[in-house]
Ligand binder design. Sequence first.
Ligand code: CU
Length: 466
Amino acid sequence: MNRREFLQGSAILLAAGGLPLKLWAADERFRLRAAPGTSNLVGAEYGDTGVWSYNGQIPGPVLRYRQGDTLEVMVENALPQPTTVHWHGIRLPHAMDGVPHLTQPPIEPGETFTYRFPLPDAGTYWYHPHAASSEQLGRGLSGVLIVEEPEPYPVDRELIWLLDDWRLNPDASIRDDFGHRHDESHAGRIGNTVTINGRLPRDVELHPGERLRLRLVNGANARVFQLDFGELAPWVIATDGHPVEPWQPDNGRIVLGPSMRADLLLDVPPDTRQAFTLVDDFYPQRAYELVTLTFTGGPQRSVSNGAIPRLPANPLPEPDLEHATEHEILLTGGAMGGMHEAYLDGKLLSMRELVQAGRFWALNGIAAHGHHMEPLLTLELDASYRIRLVNDTAWPHPMHLHGHAFRVLRRNGEPLGHEEWRDSVLLNARETAEIALVADNPGDWMFHCHVLEHQESGMMGIVRVA
Ligand SMILES: [Cu+2]
């Protein structure tokens, strides 16, 4: 395969190994240093890529705690610009949420900031900057945060896959066209190279008969993944970290918008020997082979292959659906969207004026500018809410709420048919979803699209809980 084919990649794949693991003791303060560095993303023949990384690693170190532990991490900023760290999906105190200007001053170059908060929920989470997000994540800053259940979940083996998507030049350097208006007004910064755990995937070896837990994290700026597990027929046991009643998607496909996670249980059939290629076909014209799974060794099983156990529930407040107050949030804008006007900094602007100001998107008619603004919604502390999210645009948007988890109740008016707790819900073009939550965490919380180029060009708001 020549370089050009390689980068345009029909097959971009991932190595599952090589992810450094360490279980941090409850009282140990960990240092996370964000700095420029290099990493070999695409193989020795292409040389190293200049990246921004945590502790010199792509992805950043896996932080692993037990449920109920207190995380304490000192972040040191050795980048040429301000940063913060957002602990994505963790229900934490507002001051620890890592949103510059809103929850803390940005960490200036040369400065440090220590995050310290308890971890109430078990599950698969991740951390990343919330400043200049498109560039800082696009250059490599992110890592997985795992909070373990009190009792180990019975599987033979656990795999962690942080999926990422890079826009590389032919020499494997990162294209520095951040803030490109076409990306902002269309699908976001879709790259040309997909990695698993920071490497082009090589074959992943599985053992016939084993039961696996696969923790999937979509760390891409904009790419939605739809992984076709086909006959491997995975069970979804947690969504965005939170345990759910195990369910199997009809077609074996797992869809993950940017920032979303899924914990899967895979029972590898005991008689499987033929390699299986995992295809990502979310964009039908651009389906590609992500990774090949090979099956070697005899049947291995140290746990029962019977019923799929449910993970113990996290202590999430159950919304009172009958007495919940209803709200709606309307998503507008983007190319082919038909948005004519929106408010920016309190002024009603035409679409042409918005485009001149680099704003392409609005929530309830307001385009965001920075992290400080009047709230989109004000929710009463400890009250239940049902919120209808209406995507009146031609693009998919993974909408992320900070500080809370919510249930997804309906899509396009239809009940879901399975349980989902999330912090991010993917709305396809023209799709509507209804979510429900208890507003139990006081503060001004970001609610935004996790296509980072959409977030930075207006698709962001604040939900106030008071
Ligand atoms: Cu979006």
